[in-house]
Design a protein. Structure first.
Length: 446
């Protein structure tokens, strides 16, 4: 089946969603029964297709079949294009480089201030603006971060569009890994679905992805700051955004969603309503646990994040001689070629976890060590190896009195989990904006 075969059905799903929203007075005021009628099994299947189709709405559909004698040549061309695209340094005189570059040192400003914004071409009734703004690193230093704001076409409703702050799963630490640079790295169809339901989406890149600052891999403190400070910056760029917002993310972004709830307890924003954490809500140390199916880049990314957080850290203290050449290329490529040929166990030295910087980094990235502000919806997969670690974090959150709804699904593939859980996501989000009481199943997590 080609993208062209899917397009009419997908467009009808979005059209149905928009009609459903227009029949209610606002996103907040449509009922659970409305949503149940809209999100029937066929629609959920369509949402999964929306997610899996990736860039369907970011570019024109292409035929899915290629003559057999052209396959090898086309694959070679794609590989060459991908290799060129993976180089970290942005083209010298490109508009993108000019947008993301900032003076050294960074001029004075405060986190959340907008540095600049620019329109970004999009489609299917979705407007987009790229933003550059001030944020804080995990060590408290002033940095620049980038992102994109997606919002519906037309006039905003009274009070502005309700806002979803999106925290993405990490795909690398190089500048070219910024989702706002390459829209295909965003879950385009998934986020567009929410925009067509009447929400605005603010999607941070995280500092160092796009901008010239060094990225802090999976550092909850740094990523949380980038999510929170993207909100006031986005409102400066797009005045139609409303004051109230929730956070939502997947993978490492789900870890940041829990971090947002914890940081909002320390410095509450009355407009923050809660967060949705999808897949892999784990402590950083549990990501490195020997399950046998970790991403091959994980030890390299950990060392990179350690060096960002602790400049005095020496990667050779934890990485083997074979792994160091791959580590040196992390900042140049979005994904390191050849890394999949080296087992994770061959990258790390014996007793690497005893390194004092590693131990401190693990401690500062443990979730549920402080109270959260606002309810959390945690979505996990029964078949994913990280579900045990996620269950541990949820139990910790519940034990300290946080308000958590933990929904588990049978699917292993994160893409299918996102699609299968979309009905619960939408119901939970709508309840937050409608000021309805949050549900919890913490009593089942002990």
């Amino acid at each position: 089946m080609s993208y062209k075969d899917l397009l009419p059905g997908l467009v009808s799903i979005v059209s149905a969603a928009r009609r459903w929203i227009s029949n209610a007075r606002s996103v907040e005021e449509s009922t659970l029964e409305d949503r149940a009628a809209f999100l029937n099994p066929e629609i959920r299947t369509g949402v999964v297709l929306l997610w899996l189709s990736g860039t369907l709405f970011a570019q024109q559909a292409r035929p899915s079949e290629v003559p057999q004698n052209e396959v090898a040549q086309n694959q070679l061309q794609r590989d060459q294009a991908t290799a060129a695209q993976k180089k970290s340094h942005l083209p010298r005189n490109s508009p993108a480089k000019k947008f993301y570059d900032t003076p050294v040192p960074l001029p004075a400003g405060k986190p959340g201030d907008l540095i600049r914004s620019a329109p970004l071409p999009y489609s299917l009734g979705v407007q987009a603006v790229r933003i550059l703004y001030y944020s804080r690193s995990g060590n408290g230093d002033l940095v620049a971060a980038s992102g994109v704001v997606l919002f519906p076409a037309g006039k905003p409703p009274a009070g502005g569009w309700p806002v979803i702050a999106w925290a993405h799963s990490l795909s690398g630490v190089a500048r070219v890994c910024a989702p706002s640079l390459a829209r295909k790295l965003l879950p385009v169809s998934f986020l567009s679905m929410y925009v067509n339901l009447g929400y605005a989406v603010v999607a941070t890149d995280y500092a160092g992805l796009g901008t010239s600052f060094r990225n802090a891999f999976a550092d909850v403190r740094a990523n949380t700051s980038d999510v929170i400070y993207s909100i006031p910056a986005a409102r400066s760029a797009v005045p139609g955004l409303g004051p109230r917002w929730i956070a939502m993310g997947t993978g490492e972004g789900a870890m940041a969603v829990v971090g947002v709830a914890e940081m909002e307890y320390q410095a509450p924003d009355p407009s923050y309503l809660g967060g949705v954490a999808i897949s892999r809500v784990t402590d950083l140390e549990d990501l490195l646990a020997p399950t046998g199916n970790q991403p091959h880049e994980l030890p390299l990314l950990l060392a990179y994040g350690l060096k960002t957080a602790y400049p005095q850290f020496d990667a050779s203290d934890v990485l083997t001689e074979q792994a160091l050449p791959l580590y040196e290329r992390l900042g140049e490529e979005c994904g390191v070629s050849g890394v999949d040929k080296m087992p994770v166990t061959d990258m790390l030295k014996a007793h690497w976890e005893g390194n004092r910087f590693v131990q401190d980094y693990f401690r500062r990235n443990r979730l549920g060590m402080g109270p959260a502000n606002g309810p959390l919806l945690v979505i996990g997969s029964e078949g994913e190896p990280s579900i045990i670690a996620t269950t541990k974090v949820v139990a910790r959150l519940c034990q300290q009195g946080d308000w958590v709804l933990f929904n588990r699904y049978a699917e292993y593939d994160p893409g299918r989990v996102i699609g299968d859980s979309v009905r619960d996501q939408m119901a939970w989000i709508q309840e937050r904006f409608a000021n309805r009481p949050a549900r919890t199943n913490c009593s089942l997590q002990h």
